[in-house]
Design a protein around this ligand. Structure first.
Ligand code: NI
Length: 173
């Protein structure tokens, strides 16, 4: 069991595009297991590899359909691709890499995602509502996109200004 440090905005690594996974080896399984430990410890709904400094296309997510069943079903998706999306929803989001901000984001209501499991087997998942949001949010991370990028320029600017102000304050020991 290992809890990995989560990179925080504005770390430049969060803005990079991640590479496809080609080796389905033991180190990939170890990484997935550590990321699941980190997700539960945070606690969060989903975590993408670039958030812990690995520039590869791998995400873990809480796939439980009910909030009170959190972490009953945590899954790992390797090389996930949204192959179909439909409908609209507005969802209140936050991010383990974006501190002190929650905001409404426009998302698709339903998505279908092709991916591979940790052994390289092709899989498909269909999701709606909360789970569809998690999939869209985490897959965005693999392309260096944060939920901040979905906000209006004004809202994003206000957040960036607030973070700059905080950074200037003397640190308490
Ligand atoms: Ni996030």
């Amino acid at each position: 069991m290992a809890i990995l440090p989560i990179l925080k905005y504005p770390d430049p690594l969060l803005l990079e595009v991640s590479e496809p996974v080609t080796e389905f080896d033991e180190s990939l399984k170890k990484l997935s297991s550590d990321m699941i430990d980190t997700l539960k410890d945070a606690p969060g709904a989903g975590l993408a590899a670039p958030q812990i400094g690995k520039r590869i296309r791998l995400i873990v997510m809480d796939n439980s359909s009910l909030e009170d069943e959190q972490y009953n079903d945590v899954i790992t998706l390797v090389n996930p691709v949204i192959v179909h999306a439909e409908g609209k929803q507005v969802y209140m989001e936050g991010c383990l890499s974006v501190e002190d901000l929650q905001s409404n984001v426009n998302r698709y209501l339903r998505v279908k995602v092709d991916y591979q499991d940790l052994y390289g087997n092709p899989k498909t998942i269909e999701a709606s509502e909360r789970r569809a949001v998690i999939l869209q949010h985490e897959i965005d991370h693999l392309d260096g996109v944060l939920f901040l990028d979905h906000l209006s320029p004004l809202k994003r600017e206000l957040y960036i200004k607030r973070m700059r102000k905080q950074a200037k304050k003397p640190q308490k020991s």
